[in-house]
Design a protein around this ligand. Sequence first.
Ligand SMILES: [Mg+2]
Length: 368
Amino acid sequence: MTVEDDDDKAVPPGRQRKIIHVDMDAFYASVEQRDNPDLRGKPVAVGGSQERGVVAAASYEARKFGVRSAMPSVTAKRQCPDLIFVKPRVEVYKAVSQQVRDIFAEHTPIIEPLSLDEAYLDVTENLQGISLARDVALAIRSKIKEVTGLNASAGISYNKFLAKLASDHRKPNGQYVITPEMGPTFVETLPVNKFHGIGPATTAKMNGLGLRTGLDMRNHSLDFMQANFGKAGAYYYWISRGVDKREVRADRIRKSVGAENTFSADLTDFDAMVVELQPLIDKVWQHCEDKGARGRTVTLKIKFNDFAIITRSKSIPVAVSSRSELERLSVGLLQSEIPIPKPVRLLGVSLSALHGEFRAESQLGLPI
Ligand SMILES: [Mg+2]
């Protein structure tokens, strides 16, 4: 597994995040059943039926027979003799995936797709100002149904790890919230092989050390976990306590205007960084003026001298209306990173454009 470890700093109080993990139900198979009524209600496997074929996705009807993705097709056919094999239509799945991402983008620019049918969203400050993340998830799922005819499930929590666990909890076509109060308990009874990122080899090693559940993991020190599992040990140590500091990483900000600059000498001084932000803000604002573009999410990008990159976003209820407001928001984002941990090599500022009407409501209530 890979552990993202750029951000070891604790999330300060008051910055508790609201994360949604959205997962389409039996995605490829559901698309096939949607587009071909003959397949509805039947066990369907997307993938090759030939000798060496593998099941890419199975409908819920097929799953009842134990058919799973990545299972050899011959095994699947043996377990479910009536299984219907359908050739994958990747272009169609991609098109549907794009429709779904466009729906996400109506709520947040901070979208991290994991695959065509799964993504993490950070909706702490969402574009429609919906205060409860569970309501954002409901809105997204009903829009997905309306636009694509397909069901999605969602997990809602205060970090990625728990959000992903939660999305499985009421599948299919359901959603589940894990609150900060529930997090540690939720993980306690979880068998280690159910932890996202713990595969069969690590499971075997953990079991050998007497670690069978989250609670077993929690009963060991950070040193013990690191000694046995290296860098991943720290991740296990924290997730067994319901703590996961990984950020939702937006692959790109859609419909945005941005400017960035790499400096000839790395910057360490806050005031110098503020100075360097000015031409970037000018550029972004000039573009907005020229094109009549307006946005309400300001994103600051910082690349450090070790090439690690962080981005920080702030959304406001209505579009940024002046250069000085853009400056205030950009500098504010930089300010909240003080103390800046490493010399800065690059700064970037971007503004993501309007995604439709916005209801100006309070959007910072902490309940999930
Ligand atoms: Mg899925």
